[in-house]
Structure formats: C-alpha cells, structure tokens
Design a protein around this ligand. Structure first.
Ligand code: ZN
Length: 275
C-alpha cells in the first residue's frame, strides 16, 4: 500500500518526479509502504518503509513485511491482504515463507486466471447472497483453479463478490488466496478481503487528514522517515487509549473529535493550590 506526498522544494533522494503528458517534470512526491494490523475492531499502523525513484512498491512492502513478522513473531498474524499489484508469484511465495496466507485482489494482470474465474462464476448463480450493513452481497467461491506457471501452489482459491449498494452502484471484485475452504468459510473470506480498505481509510486517510502526515519540517530522508514513524506512533497511542483504555465500561467508544474535545476541556481544569 502506498501513499504519495507532493513536494515543491528541491528534490531529495526519496523524491519521485511527477511527469506531465509532455514528459516535463512538474514536481516531486514521496512514496512509502505502510504495514498495518487489520481484521479486527482496532486498526493499527505497524511500520513504514519509504522507497526512492529507483525502487518498487512491491520491494518496499516485502521489506516492511519481513521486518514486521520478525518483530511480532510468525504466529502473530494469519494472513496478509493487498491489492492487485501483489498478485505475483514472488510476493505470494514470500508471504507463504513467512507463514502468512496471502489474500490479494485478482485483476487483469493475471489474465488467464481472471478469465477462468469470470467464465465459471458468471455462468452460475451465486453460492450465497447476504445482507451486510444494508448492502446485498452475492458471493461465489471455488478453490480448484489452476495456478499460473510461476506459482508453486497446487490450486488457487478465488472469491468473487458483487456488492449491491443501496444507491444502486455495484462493486464486482475477484480475490485470490491459498486459504483452504475448510479453514475459512466464504463469508469470512469476504470479510478478510474487505479489511484491505481499512488500511486506506484508517491508515493513510486518517494519517493525512488528522495527523499531519503531509507536514514536512525538514526535506531530508531521515527527517521524513522520523516524521512518518512518529505519526504512526501517535496514531497507535491515540487509538489504543481512546478505543481500549477509555472504552472500559458500558458506554460507546468516543470518536476522535469527542476525545479531542475532552482532552481540551481537561486542560482547562484549574490546578488546586494545596500549599
Ligand atoms: Zn524529497
């Protein structure tokens, strides 16, 4: 998962040029991969890995994933979820070597598998239809698709969902995994695949709009990395405090703005002079 920060000052080693349609450099931006804990009520950023113009998102994500698993232990997580960029044999094998099951979006970059899944699933009715948070969700699931040549899995499990929103829009998406169907049911696999969006919403979006991820106090790779790590740490501490510590009891967890208002009010409490 990447995030891009637009830069207007002189480039640093982490700067990627922004090119317009006429091949002119019109600015620069920074990119980083974010490793985030997902799947439960608490979404926590774990680590970041910046990468420069000569590197790929996939390589940076591979490094931050290795570091995260080494720090947290192999049994900490069961799966890793990512978008279609990660649907390549090297990444899927690397995840397997870390004892993680990959759940990755299946798109046109794997045309043979996508065509096989479309042909099979569009020719038959859904396996099940569920009502999830007001949306009608149709699910197809099969675990006997052929792997492509470079992939060492015996078979590939493919999930398709058609999510009919109340406003009439439709999301039709395919995902691939090596999770056996006996281990996770179709609705559970759907929920795990959807957890990918919490990285975007509660990771980059929150960090940018509420925590100043875009702020750049000094345009230097070390300074940028420290700032990004401090934002991730601040986000983690705030979320743990607000959603776990303050949530003790029967009341609903406070929203970030409720928490901020309480904090400001508490700062205005007069200090008693006990001398
Ligand atoms: Zn830069």
């Amino acid at each position: 998962m990447i995030w891009a920060q637009v830069v207007t000052t002189a480039p640093c080693p982490l700067c990627h040029p922004l090119i317009d349609a006429q091949d002119h450099v019109v600015g620069y931006h920074h990119k980083l991969s974010l490793l985030s804990l997902v799947g439960g009520a608490l979404v926590l950023p774990l680590d970041v890995e910046p990468y420069g113009p000569g590197e790929s998102e996939q390589a940076a994500s591979g490094r931050v994933l290795q570091r995260g698993v080494a720090a947290l232990g192999r049994r900490f997580a069961q799966y890793v979820v990512g978008d279609g960029l990660y649907a390549s044999a090297p990444f899927l094998h690397a995840a397997g070597d870390l004892a993680l099951h990959p759940i990755v979006r299946l798109k046109a970059n794997l045309p043979t598998l996508l065509a096989a899944a479309e042909a099979r699933f569009t020719a038959r009715p859904p396996l099940m239809t569920l009502e999830i948070e007001g949306d009608r969700v149709e699910l197809w699931d099969a675990d006997d698709f052929d792997p492509w040549d470079a992939l060492r899995w015996p078979t590939v499990r493919v999930l398709r969902y058609c999510q009919h929103h109340r406003d009439g829009t439709l999301v039709d998406a395919y995902w691939l995994t090596d999770f056996p169907a006996t281990r996770f049911s179709t609705p559970t696999l759907y929920r795990l695949a959807k957890s990918r969006w919490t990285i975007e919403n509660q990771g980059f979006n929150d960090a940018k709009t509420r925590y100043g991820l875009d702020h750049m106090s000094h345009h230097h790779p070390n300074s940028l990395l420290l700032h990004w790590l401090l934002v991730a740490l601040a986000l983690t501490i705030e979320r743990l405090y607000r959603l776990r510590y303050l949530h003790r009891g029967l009341h609903a967890p406070s929203t970030p703005i409720q928490f901020l208002r309480r904090l400001r009010l508490s700062l205005g409490v007069p200090v008693l002079d006990t001398g």
